[in-house]
Design a protein. Structure first.
Lengths: 526, 384
């Protein structure tokens, strides 16, 4: 019965190849969105496996499972793949699925470019993962790729530069598509200040990507020519400056941090009003706060470099500008809490992840404020405190918002409700596990454990052991997530078009699963 | 082989057993400060943390109250408000004022931390893959400081000592209560000189000199580590500073100068093959084994083998040149400025006659001096 109902009922008026060629040739935003999300899931598990290897090695002082070279490859690739392979493509997947549905457009503005921007990603992934098998192994200089260390490596370093170029290209093409779709293809009546907040945050994110990805491309190109063609951009002996790389890198890198979190803000801002059954508090201030975060993100980059050494005025400027970011970020958190206030809340899995996001992302925000204080940062830079900080922001921040978004929209995508019991198990194990891994890392950093070391002094043992136990709880509970997704794809309780009682927006006006082609005639928004 | 594996895991288990007793000195906060500046940083961190905790309790107290009180299952009906200009202005302005309250004390510490003027003494610190070099600019003392933790402890073949990975052959020695300025640079890649007890962390950048300072209040031994990823042995280049009385410091300086004279005298001597091989093995273990391995087999794909290599079994002058000048663009450092002529002669001799290498020839210190183009002091030359 459910099989019969599922039998491609949504394919009624579509003409496209079947089998593998459907996916290779597709220009449909829903197919491409699905592929982005599946790609991100695979990358999440590959980079997650690396994280578990890292944590297993760090369970005990001494070298047990890895040698220092391989350990450095694991930390480097874990970072690169999680950022460029898992988090960013997952958000682009959401954008592909949801932006046309939310603005009432039939598809993305440039469907064929959309196909390309996805299909070059697996190539980059193969370059990155394949480099483990090259002589000398994968890149081991840290995801930040600082020269001169990065100049010393073998062929996989050049391959990584190529992969970064490809991923940057993919991001830029994706961003052009998203911006054009949002600005040109909104349904009549859907003014900018009526757009769902997810669309707003992605619009701003796309601008950030277009502004910063070429900067990264320039930086890694200079690395490439320094490595292979005898230039000296970053070599002091030839008149260059290794610190210049860091300035260029972080001019990209700090906006990148917001590229990884603004779409998360958007997802959470969709979910909390739905389950609080109350409109988002302070919509306009949310838009302004997001924009100011984006603008500020361009003038804070050197707070990643306090230990590099800079004039006292430079240090003060970057300290003050960084602290300033707490203001718009605070506004967002207050708005989410005010949205919940006097609502009529229920706690389905998307809402649970959204609440955990608000709370735990704020923990990462506070440790960010501590790190913004330059003299304190001198003690904490390049320690496990920083590792704790950015994992609170990226795991309980970005990743949790991705979980929340998948649970929230999965019924719309598959036409079936997901298994709520399994979803709750996934939530609780992830949240508890995540805190067991990353909270002790604050103490490790404060006590003086540097990051990126395969072996450590004995006084750091206990907290490392706790963190490793948490990592395995967190890591293995992600298998539940896969089971939930597979079950929902195969079958389950039929979803209504509204799906959630409190849901509002154009995507909830089309049937579940969303037909292959939606909004062929534009809806009218009042 | 099997025995070795058993021994390894035996040591791991033994480590687990004693973990709760002897490793109980773990901490929840920054290390105990040993200088006024580090104390300022310590208190600044506590202040910021307390403010954050306060805000956290207020905001999430409200959120969790709402989560319990305003739920559908308790029959709570949703209100419909979605903006309030007054409250939105308040929660924009109030955090701004709190931040200004934080910025003021923080800025004072920044200004103090960055003020490196009027030092009592200056030490130049140079980061190498993977050791630290120190030059006392006034007292003329120069040395390298290398990890002394035995390989067996790292490989879990022996029980780990108290200062596992935080012990060196030659610590930095400074007098108590003196303002010490550090000029920090690096020879190959970026390192970072970090001493938590003094709140000093300064990246060591090849080709550039950055400075920092500390004034230690208490006599004692303080331990830190390199804090910037610098390649495979980043985790194995600790920093140890011994703060001693002024008198003890003077004694130490005199001892160091005596040792330096012996080293210079060695450069003029002629050694036998066996003397050179024995000395060379020590030099090799301290400087070369990290990459080329104790077995001389290197690490395929990353660091070449010396056992049977064309360089180590070919013409001796070419071999010496590689050791003296390094290989630009690779991790192979130029040891000409780091090691004495006698040590270079010894290590070259050792490499040509160790493992399966049976060249049978040897180098003398005078030969190294000649290839360098004249006598050069044993002290590392500044990177200018």
């Amino acid at each position: 019965m459910s099989d019969a109902a599922h039998a491609h009922a949504h394919d009624d008026h579509s003409h496209h190849p079947t089998g593998l060629m459907r996916w290779v040739k597709t220009t449909n935003h829903k197919d491409i969105g699905t592929m982005y999300l599946m790609f991100a899931l695979i990358m999440l598990f590959s980079a997650g496996t690396m994280a578990l290897l890292i944590r297993a090695e760090l369970f005990q002082p001494g070298l047990q499972l890895t040698n220092p070279e391989f350990f450095n490859q694991l930390t480097t690739m874990h970072g690169l793949i999680m950022i460029f392979g898992a988090i960013m493509p997952a958000f682009t997947g959401f954008a592909n699925w949801q932006v046309p549905l939310m603005v009432g457009a039939p598809d993305m503005a440039f469907p064929r470019m959309n196909n390309w921007s996805f299909w070059i990603l697996p190539v980059a992934a193969i370059f990155l993962l394949g480099s483990f098998f090259l002589p000398g192994g994968a890149v081991a200089g840290g995801w930040t790729m600082y020269p001169p260390l990065f100049i010393q490596g073998g062929i996989s370093y050049d391959l990584t530069i190529l992969a970064v170029h490809i991923m940057g290209l993919s991001s830029i093409m994706g961003s052009i598509n998203i911006i054009t779709t949002i600005l040109n293809m909104r349904a009549p009546g859907l003014t900018l200040m009526k757009m769902p907040l997810f669309v707003w945050t992605w619009l701003i994110t796309a601008y950030l990507l277009i502004a910063t990805m070429p900067v990264l491309a320039g930086a890694v190109t200079m690395l490439l020519t320094d490595r292979n063609f005898g230039t000296h951009f970053f070599n002091a002996a030839g008149g260059g400056d290794p610190v210049m790389f860091q300035h260029i890198f972080w001019f990209f890198g700090h906006p990148e941090v917001y590229i990884l979190i603004l779409p998360a803000f958007g997802i959470v801002s969709q979910i909390i009003p739905t389950f609080a059954r109350k409109p988002l508090f302070g919509y306009a201030s949310m838009v302004y706060a997001t924009s100011s975060i984006a603008v500020l993100s361009f003038i804070v980059w050197a707070h990643h470099m306090f230990a590099v050494g800079m004039p006292v005025t430079g240090q003060l400027f970057f300290m003050f500008s960084t602290m300033l970011i707490a203001v718009p970020t605070g506004v967002k958190v207050f708005n989410w809490v005010a949205t919940m206030w006097k609502g009529s809340m229920t706690f389905e899995t998307p809402m649970l992840f959204a609440i955990a996001f608000v709370c735990l992302f704020t923990v990462g925000g506070f440790s960010g404020l501590v790190l913004a204080i330059a003299p304190v940062d001198i003690q904490l830079q390049d320690t496990y405190y920083v590792v704790a900080h950015f994992h609170y922001v990226l795991v309980s921040g970005a990743l949790f918002s991705i979980f929340a978004g998948v649970y929230y929209w999965l019924p719309k995508w598959t036409g079936h409700m997901y298994d709520e019991t399994l979803g709750k198990w996934h939530f609780w194990l992830s949240t508890i596990g995540m805190n067991i891994v990353f909270f002790p890392m604050h103490f490790l950093g404060l006590a003086g454990m540097p990051r990126r070391i395969p072996d450590y002094a004995l006084q750091f043992t206990e907290f490392n052991q706790i963190a490793t136990v948490g990592a395995f709880i967190f890591g293995f509970s992600q298998l539940i997530f896969v089971v939930v997704i597979m079950k929902a794809i195969k079958g389950g309780q039929k979803a209504t078009s509204q799906v959630w009682e409190g849901a509002e927006g154009l995507e909830w006006t089309v049937p579940s699963p969303a037909p292959y082609h939606t909004f062929v005639t534009a809806p009218l928004v009042r | 082989m099997k025995h070795k594996v058993l021994q390894k895991w035996g040591a791991v288990l033994a480590g687990l057993a004693i973990s709760s007793s002897s490793w109980a000195e773990y901490a929840y906060n920054l290390q105990a400060p040993a200088s006024k500046l580090a104390g300022d940083v310590y208190h600044l961190h506590n202040l910021i943390l307390l403010v954050c905790l306060g805000i956290f309790v207020v905001v999430f107290g409200a959120m969790f109250y709402s989560l319990f009180a305003h739920r559908k299952s308790r029959g709570h009906k949703a209100a419909n408000f979605h903006e309030n200009t007054t409250i939105e202005v308040v929660w924009t302005v109030v955090p701004f004022i709190i931040l200004m309250g934080m910025a003021y004390p923080a800025a004072k510490v920044v200004i103090d931390m960055k003020d490196t003027s009027n030092p009592d003494m200056t030490i130049k610190v140079t980061g190498y893959q993977w050791k630290w070099g120190y030059d006392y600019l006034q007292d003329g003392v120069s040395f390298y400081s290398v990890l002394t933790t035995p390989r067996d402890q790292i490989d879990n073949l022996a029980p780990k000592g108290d200062h596992y990975l935080l012990e060196v052959d030659k610590p930095v020695v400074v007098p108590v209560g003196k303002r010490v300025r550090l000029l920090i640079t690096a020879n190959d890649v970026i390192h970072s000189w970090w001493m938590p007890a003094f709140a000093v962390k300064q990246d060591a950048i090849p080709g550039f000199i950055r400075d920092s300072w500390f004034k230690a209040d208490q006599i004692g031994t303080y331990r830190g580590q390199c804090a910037e990823l610098c390649g495979k042995d980043h985790g194995f280049m600790p920093i140890v500073v011994k703060v001693v009385s002024e008198a003890d410091y003077r004694t130490w300086v005199a001892e160091q100068k005596g040792a330096a004279l012996t080293a210079v005298a060695d450069n003029g001597k002629t050694f036998t093959l066996d003397e050179m091989k024995t000395r060379g093995e020590k030099v090799y273990t301290a400087n070369c084994a990290a990459c080329h391995q104790a077995t001389g087999m290197g690490l395929p794909g990353a660091f070449p083998a010396l056992n049977g290599s064309k360089v180590a079994t070919g013409p001796i002058d070419a071999h010496i040149q590689v050791v003296l000048n390094g290989r630009p663009g690779t991790a192979m450092a130029a040891f000409g400025k780091q090691l004495s002529d006698a040590d270079i002669a010894a290590v070259v001799t050792y490499e040509r006659n160790a493992w399966n290498n049976k060249v049978g020839d040897m180098a003398q210190p005078s030969q190294i001096t000649a290839l360098k183009g004249g006598p050069v002091g044993t002290s590392p030359v500044a990177v200018h």
